[in-house]
Ligand binder design. Structure first.
Ligand code: GAR
Length: 234
């Protein structure tokens, strides 16, 4: 869905769309899945108001520019003071009137000020079935290498809320794929990205936009909706 007047206010003071800020560091396949889903009206009333990259050469930036989405580079290398990084991140998120922050391959830990300001409003996609193969150092190809090394028979991806620890917040959605004898970390990574990540990340955004995600006692409860035949579905 195009952004149009996203930063405009509806009469009565409520914005008509949920603004999401997508944070990236790499290739941006998850960002692409979000943008595609939004273009096809699969996210509900959502606008991607800004893409923020921690790396100036991330291919995700090109993907955002093609879709005319405002991009900001907050380089971790250039802004080495974590508190300053946090301050600039907060100010960018606030300027974009962010409702939800989506970490789509953003490979830095957000600072405490950002996490507390956006409590239960930051989601992350992780390429394993948490609590397996997650935590510090487990990013990119590493969870897949670890899954192959351990000989697990299923792996997958997880969307979860972000708290102050790596990959630790309440789990929103998970999706699994089989791990085959002939899999390499690269083949498993590709299957997890296409069959899991790119499915559950847009879906989680839609569920949040539809107010169907509730956090209670550090767990997520998903509210079903009724289809036309009165059957409940997620
Ligand atoms: C994705 O596989 C994502 O799950 C992973 O980085 C990749 C980014 O790809 N994230 C993590 O490992 C976070 N712990 P993308 O830039 O093509 O979306």
């Amino acid at each position: 869905m195009p952004c149009g007047d996203i930063l405009g206010e509806k009469p009565g003071g409520k914005r008509s769309k949920m603004n999401i800020a997508v944070l990236v560091s790499g290739g941006g396949t998850n960002l692409q899945a979000i943008m595609d889903a939004n273009r096809n009206n699969q996210l509900g009333n959502v606008c991607i108001s800004i893409v923020i990259s921690s790396k100036p050469d991330a291919y995700a930036i090109k993907r955002a520019e093609i879709e005319n989405i405002p991009v900001l580079v907050l380089s971790k290398k250039e802004i080495s003071d974590p508190r300053e990084y946090d301050r600039r991140m907060l100010s960018a998120l606030d300027r974009a009137q962010t409702d939800i922050v989506v970490l789509a391959g953003f490979l830095s830990l957000l600072g405490p000020d950002v996490v507390s300001r956006y409590e239960n409003r930051i989601i992350n996609i992780h390429p394993s079935l948490i609590p397996a193969f997650c935590g510090p150092g487990m990013y990119g190809i590493r969870p897949h290498q670890a899954a192959i090394d351990r000989g697990v028979k299923v792996s997958g991806a997880t969307v979860h809320f972000v708290n102050r620890n790596y990959d630790d917040g309440p789990i929103i959605l998970q999706k699994a794929v089989c791990v085959f004898n002939e899999d390499t970390p690269e083949s498993l990574q590709l299957r997890v990205m296409t069959e899991c990540e790119q499915v559950i990340l847009p879906k989680a955004i839609r569920l949040i936009a539809e107010n169907r995600v509730i956090v209670e006692n550090n767990k997520v409860i998903l509210l079903a909706e009724e289809d036309a035949a009165g059957k409940e579905r997620l």
